[in-house]
Design a protein around this ligand. Structure first.
Ligand SMILES: [Zn+2]
Length: 376
C-alpha cells in the first residue's frame, strides 16, 4: 500500500525528512514515499490570516457542520498565521495526485503549516479518504518533543481511519469524544493529544472495525510503526530512562540503528559518523591528542560517508578533525552527545556517548556485545 506524503511550502525540509524517516524506520507492506522535488504552494485567495482573539483559542477544535457530536464546552476561533478551508487543502491532494499519476488506492497526504478552518490536527477528505492533510505547526504548544513524532503519528492515523470508517456514521460512532488513549480520540481539546501519543494504541471496538476493513499484515506494520513512534517520542522526552540500553545494529550502509528502541536511527553528519564509528571500533578508547595516528582509519571511514568535494578536500577535512592545535574533534564529540541526548534522554544517552575528561582517553561505554555489524 502506497502512502504519498506531499510537502507544502513553509514546512521545513528537515521536519519533512524526519517524518519520512520515522515512517520508514520499520520494514513492512506500508510504503511511504514522496517526490523530494515537489513543494505545494498556496495562492493568496486560498488562505486568510488567522484571527487573533483569546490566546487559548487555537487549542480548541471545531466540528464541521456535517459532523454532529454533542459538545459541552465552548469553542472559539483559532489564531496564528494563515488558514485555509478543508476543501482547499484537499484540492492540493487532488492536484498532486493528478500531476504525479498516483493510483486511486494510494494515499496522498498533505503536510502543511497552514492551519485549517476547523483547527484540526489532521483530517481525511470525506469525499475521498485516500486524501488528507496534517497540520504541521503549533505542536510545540502541546508537546515537549520534536513535531515530527506527532506529524508521523497523524499520517498513520489517517491511513488507519480510512479503513476503520466505512462511512460518516461509522466515524461518528467510533470516535471518542472523551479521550481513552485510542487513535480515534477526537481531542477536541487539543491538549488531549498527549494521552493518545503516549499510549499509541487502538481500543478494542476500533480494532474490530479496523480488522473488518484492513488485512492483518498492514495492521501489524502500522502498529509496529506506532509503537516505534511512541518509544522514540518518550525517549526524546527523557522518559523510559530506566530501560536497559538497546542493541545496536550497523547495517551494510553503515547506518546505525537502535533496534530495541523502535529501530531508532542515530543520524550523524559524515564527520561525526566517522568519529563515532572509529570510537565504536576502539573499545579501549583514545585521547584526542592520539587521533593523528589514526588518521588513515578516520579517512577510510569519512570517505565512505562524504558526498562532497575531491579526495584531497576530504583529506583536508580529516586533517582538520585530528589536528591537535584545533578543536574540531571536541566540537564533533559535543555535537554527537547533543544529538544522542535529544534522541535518548540524559541517562540512556550516557551508554552511547563518547565520554572522558578533557585531555584524558575518550571512549564509548556501550557493552560491545550489544553491537552487530552487517556486511563486513
Ligand atoms: Zn477507539
Amino acid at each position: 500500500m502506497e502512502i504519498n506524503l506531499i510537502k507544502s511550502s513553509g514546512l521545513s525540509r528537515e521536519v519533512f525528512t524526519q517524518v519520512m524517516d520515522l515512517l520508514q524506520s520499520i520494514d513492512g507492506p506500508l510504503t511511504f514515499t514522496c517526490d523530494p522535488a515537489s513543494v505545494i504552494d498556496f495562492f493568496y485567495d486560498e488562505i486568510v490570516p488567522r484571527s487573533f482573539g483569546n490566546p487559548d483559542d487555537f487549542r480548541k477544535k471545531k466540528l464541521p457542520p456535517q459532523i454532529h457530536i454533542h459538545m459541552n464546552y465552548s469553542i472559539r476561533k483559532p489564531e496564528f498565521n494563515h488558514t485555509a478551508s478543508w476543501e482547499t487543502l484537499f484540492s492540493k491532494c487532488t492536484t498532486y495526485r493528478r500531476q504525479h499519476g498516483i493510483a486511486d488506492d494510494a494515499f496522498a497526504i498533505l503536510l502543511t503549516p497552514v492551519s485549517n478552518k476547523y483547527n484540526w490536527f489532521s483530517a481525511g477528505n470525506p469525499e475521498n479518504p485516500y486524501d488528507g492533510f496534517v497540520h504541521t505547526a503549533d505542536w510545540e504548544q502541546f508537546l515537549d518533543s520534536a513535531s515530527a513524532f506527532p506529524i508521523a503519528y497523524e499520517v498513520l492515523a489517517l491511513v488507519l481511519q480510512k479503513f476503520m470508517f466505512r462511512n460518516r456514521e461509522d466515524m461518528q460512532q467510533l470516535v471518542h469524544l472523551k479521550p481513552v488513549g485510542c487513535v480515534n480520540d477526537l481531542c477536541m481539546d487539543k491538549q488531549e493529544i498527549i494521552l493518545k501519543l503516549r499510549t499509541a494504541d487502538i481500543c478494542r471496538p476500533c480494532m474490530t472495525a479496523l480488522r473488518n476493513g484492513l488485512s492483518d499484515q498492514y495492521i501489524k506494520h502500522a502498529r509496529a510503526i506506532m509503537e516505534s513512534l511512541r518509544v522514540k517520542m518518550l525517549l526524546s522526552q527523557n522518559f523510559l530512562q530506566d530501560s536497559a540500553p538497546s542493541r545496536m545494529r550497523i547495517d551494510r550502509h553503515k547506518r546505525i540503528w537502535l533496534t530495541d528502541f523502535g529501530n531508532l536511527e542515530l543520524r550523524f553528519n559524515p564527520t561525526e559518523k566517522a568519529l563515532y564509528l572509529f570510537f565504536l571500533s576502539h573499545p579501549e578508547g583514545a585521547a584526542i591528542g592520539a587521533l593523528p595516528q589514526f588518521k588513515a582509519d578516520l579517512f577510510e571511514l569519512y570517505s565512505q560517508f562524504s558526498t562532497t568535494g575531491t579526495r584531497a578536500e576530504m583529506q583536508q577535512r580529516v586533517d582538520t578533525l585530528v589536528s591537535v592545535t584545533g578543536n574540531a574533534a571536541s566540537e564533533n564529540i559535543s555535537r554527537i552527545k547533543r544529538k544522542l541526548v535529544n534522541a535518548l534522554g540524559d541517562e540512556l544517552a550516557a551508554h552511547y556517548c563518547i565520554q572522558g575528561a578533557n585531555g584524558a582517553r575518550k571512549f564509548i561505554q556501550l557493552d560491545r556485545s550489544l553491537v552487530t555489524r552487517e556486511g563486513l
